[in-house]
Design a protein around this ligand. Structure first.
Ligand code: NAD
Length: 328
């Protein structure tokens, strides 16, 4: 299928080229991100391939429809950046990659926990300066701690199993608790109990209207003093301004973020020469107990192979008029 591939990065192009040796789509790699201004570039393409920081809101989808596009192929699992109803209204199919290496994201959440706990990011900088003082580096043992997992789908379940392996008591909250995890030793509780009892909280539920600012000022108050919060799911699950207040008061003892509410015009690019305009984000970076990564939890070789293979397979099925389970 002739596909306008927006927002291309060299590291993903090589995986798509490799996967396309078997699929034979016409992939037109484009540097610009998809938005209302760039949408007309898609004219003459049947499909558009987009990433999480592309804009597929209604006005953009309308323009893509005018340009003749009939498939939106998301190279991501999350689809909160896409107006699926608008696309359906134009008879456009929207397909995604529902799961890619959930272990990679779970492992990154755990990496944030361990780095925050033992302050390895600070130790790294110190030792390079031959500063071997231990002041400020004291951590705690994961063994025996209570960890709360919010959302126990593919990624949350993988995180819960790793935490069980550390010897943590693992609490979980999900609208659809799974028997497998319960059998493995996870205790399903309501969200209030999870927040009240957990020393570590890790978020793995999707961003929906219901989960927007799931962790807000009230919820921070309900958490244990000095709690560690890790968010590798979607930025807007956490009210960032409330997080700053909770850090200032000491309520929040550690914060690990791979995602940020206003990341769209920030992440995935080198902005080292730019003035940071987001004051909340700038404030977060000043805390010694905050560790931010730029939406890299998914970024493993295995995930990129799976994303490329599944995205191109989705296009192949839609082109052939075959059933495709990954259509929204
Ligand atoms: P999934 O669909 O397998 O699991 C999501 C779970 O959340 C489900 O069990 C669902 O029942 C539960 N859930 C839904 N609404 C809830 C609510 N209101 N409260 C509690 N639980 C709720 O998804 P997944 O593959 O595990 O991915 C989870 C999230 O991780 C995705 O939505 C995506 O936003 C994020 N993600 C981030 C990255 C990254 O690189 N940082 C990569 C992939 C996915």
């Amino acid at each position: 299928m002739k596909t306008a591939f927006f927002n291309t990065k060299p590291y993903e192009q090589r995986f798509f080229d490799a996967a396309n040796r078997e699929q034979h789509h016409e992939l037109n790699y484009l540097a610009p991100r998809l938005d209302a201004d760039t949408a007309p570039i898609a004219a003459g393409h049947e499909a558009v391939c987009l990433f999480v920081n592309d804009d597929a809101s209604r006005p953009v989808v309308d323009r893509l429809a005018e340009a003749g596009v009939r498939v939106l192929a998301l190279r991501s699992a999350g689809f909160n950046h896409v107006d699926v109803e608008a696309a359906k209204g134009h008879g456009m199919a929207v397909c995604r990659v529902p799961a890619y290496s959930p272990h990679g994201v779970a492992e990154h959440a755990i990496a944030l926990m361990l780095a925050l706990n033992r302050r390895t990011y600070r130790a790294y900088a110190r030792v390079r300066e031959r500063n071997f003082a231990l002041e400020g580096l004291m951590g705690f043992e994961m063994y025996g701690r209570t960890a709360g997992v919010v959302g126990t789908g593919k990624i949350g379940a993988a995180a819960a199993r790793i935490l069980l392996g550390f010897g943590c008591r693992v609490l979980a909250y999900d609208k659809h608790p799974g028997d497998d995890l319960r059998d493995a030793g996870v205790e399903f509780v309501d969200l209030d109990t999870l927040l009240r009892e957990s020393q570590i909280v890790t978020l793995h539920c999707p961003l929906t209207e219901e989960t927007h600012h799931l962790i807000d000022a009230e919820r921070f108050k309900a958490m244990r003093d000095g709690v560690m919060l890790v968010n590798t799911s979607r930025g807007a699950l956490v009210d960032a301004e409330a997080a700053v207040d909770a850090l200032k008061s000491g309520k929040l003892g550690h914060l690990g973020l791979d995602v940020y509410e206003e990341e769209d015009n920030l992440f995935f690019e080198d902005r080292s020469s730019d003035i940071l305009e987001d004051d909340t984000f700038a404030r977060l970076l000043t805390f010694p107990n905050v560790l931010v990564t730029g939406h890299q939890a998914f970024f493993t070789q295995e995930a990129l192979e799976q994303i490329a293979a599944v995205t191109l397979d989705n296009l192949t099925r839609l082109e052939a008029g075959e059933a495709c389970d990954n259509v929204l």
